[in-house]
Design a protein around this ligand. Structure first.
Ligand code: MN
Length: 461
């Protein structure tokens, strides 16, 4: 395995490293992951005969489309429900296989708040002060047996049925996600992984690697390599996220503003001496007022600039979609706040007329990541349209090597994905997910299983 290094941004709030690997035993990688700040997620698909890839990809795509950009619990739950229904719906339409499903562990980072949504046996961990804490509870048979005292955690760790999960997306329209809200501190690190990592390494081994390696990409590489060295029995997916700086969560700020509407004013009567003192204070008051006023103006200008600098938009120019930071159009007559970021390969002809019209004036996004996600979406629908026009067979039926789609790029195989991951743009914006290899899987890879309780969704060993 090559060790991949990614350049680090000078002073980012948080930086992620990620890696996915097919492992040593499996023929396909059914895991999918996404790194697109503020969204980070891993999904571990199952279902046999290449359906696992379909399920995990649908989960990642859907959650990327619907996830909140702030720590909004109900929107996150809706996004996970949408992913669940999308998989069930796809199976009904003959995409993938009936009974296909996936785990999903997703984190939204919003300032000092991490919101974690979870279904299945992928995991989210927090590394704080050198100690690794498992945040999510596995929805697995052995976890349930540990909870009722039938197994010890040590027995569960090497139990032959430890990959049987009791909750997955794609099996039941009413599947609930667990949601955890975590208060973050500067220097915290989050680890999201599929059971191909947590099943091969114990918590102490993972903690030792994280503590020894501060660079998130190198840490992700080293964790993956350790799981491979331990046997690599399953697909391995790892996201390591370093929290460097903390700001208040936007969700909390919005809630506080809502709670504080309607300010109260306190009136008090005073003595003559009080009145004199007030006169002396009033000159000081004027100076303070002027100073505050100047600060306020400077703050407002700075605030608008900062706001514009963080927002993004897409606009058609010479019939080509361009990515900008800032705000589209004049903010004051003749004044524009926009910074060119990137050009795309999307032409007017690739777009629906209604979208092209919107793009004439510009479509705004909360941040660049959201803008790039939209570009990836538009590229995906264009590619789909092209494939249809070309009379290409259903992608699921095409044979050949596994391809990955990364923000609209198609890359062959794991090596290229990892090379691409290594060359991420420095602000860490990226998206990886796998696309269906048409090669039938061997029976030994993933088998659907049922148990006496009837709610067992997955057996992978
Ligand atoms: Mn797995």
């Amino acid at each position: 395995m090559t060790t991949l290094r990614r350049a680090r941004r000078p002073d980012p709030a948080n930086v992620a490293g990620a890696r996915t690997d097919v492992g040593c035993v499996r023929q396909h990688n059914e895991d999918a992951l996404i790194v697109a700040a503020p969204l980070y997620a891993v999904a571990d698909g199952m279902g046999g005969h290449a359906a696992g890839e379909v399920a995990s990809e649908i989960a990642i795509q859907t959650v990327a489309q619907h996830a909140p950009s702030i720590a909004d619990r109900s929107v996150l739950i809706q996004a996970i429900q949408a992913a669940n229904l999308a998989i069930i719906d796809a199976a009904r339409r003959g995409v993938g296989k009936p009974g296909m499903g996936t785990t999903l562990t997703v984190a939204i980072i919003d300032g000092d708040r991490a919101l974690i949504g979870h279904v299945g046996d992928s995991r989210a961990y927090l590394l704080r002060d050198g100690l690794l804490h498992q945040i999510t509870e596995d929805h697995s048979l052995v976890a349930e047996l540990v909870a009722i005292g039938e197994l010890t955690p040590e027995e569960a760790a090497c139990h032959p049925k430890r990959s049987i999960i009791t909750r997955a997306l794609g099996n039941d329209e009413k599947t609930d996600a667990d949601v955890y809200s975590l208060a973050l501190q500067a220097a915290d690190r989050l680890l999201l992984c599929s059971d191909g990592l947590s099943g091969m390494l114990c918590d102490d081994e993972m903690a030792a690697i994280l503590n020894a390696e501060s660079d998130p990409q190198i840490a992700a590489d080293r964790l993956t390599e350790a799981a491979l060295a331990a046997g690599g029995n399953d697909n391995i997916s790892v996201i390591v996220l370093n929290i460097y700086a903390i700001r208040p969560s936007r969700a909390a700020t919005a809630a506080a503003l809502a709670a504080n509407s309607g300010p109260t004013v306190e009136l008090r009567e005073g003595s003559a001496a009080d009145v004199k003192r007030r006169g002396q204070r009033s000159r000081l008051g004027v100076i303070t007022f002027v100073a505050l006023f100047v600060l306020l103006i400077a703050g407002a200008v700075g605030g608008v600039w900062l706001y514009a600098n963080n927002t993004a938009f897409l606009r058609l120019e010479n019939n080509q979609v361009q990515v900008y930071r800032g705000l589209p159009g004049d903010i004051l007559p003749g004044v524009r706040l926009e910074w060119f970021e990137n050009t795309t390969d999307l032409n007017r002809d690739d777009l629906l007329v209604t979208i092209a019209e919107e793009l004439e004036t510009g479509i705004r996004f909360d941040n660049l990541d959201a803008a790039y996600l939209r570009v990836a979406d538009l590229q995906a629908s264009r590619d789909e349209k092209r494939a249809e026009t070309a009379g290409a067979a259903d992608a699921a039926n095409q044979s050949g090597s596994a391809t990955a789609r990364a923000a609209g790029l198609r890359l062959p195989g794991d090596a290229s994905i990892n090379a691409w991951v290594a060359n991420w743009p420095e602000d860490g914006r990226a998206m990886i997910n796998r696309r269906l290899p048409g090669v039938a899987m061997t029976a030994a890879t993933h088998r659907a299983a049922s148990s006496s309780t009837g709610n067992v969704a997955k057996a992978s060993r």
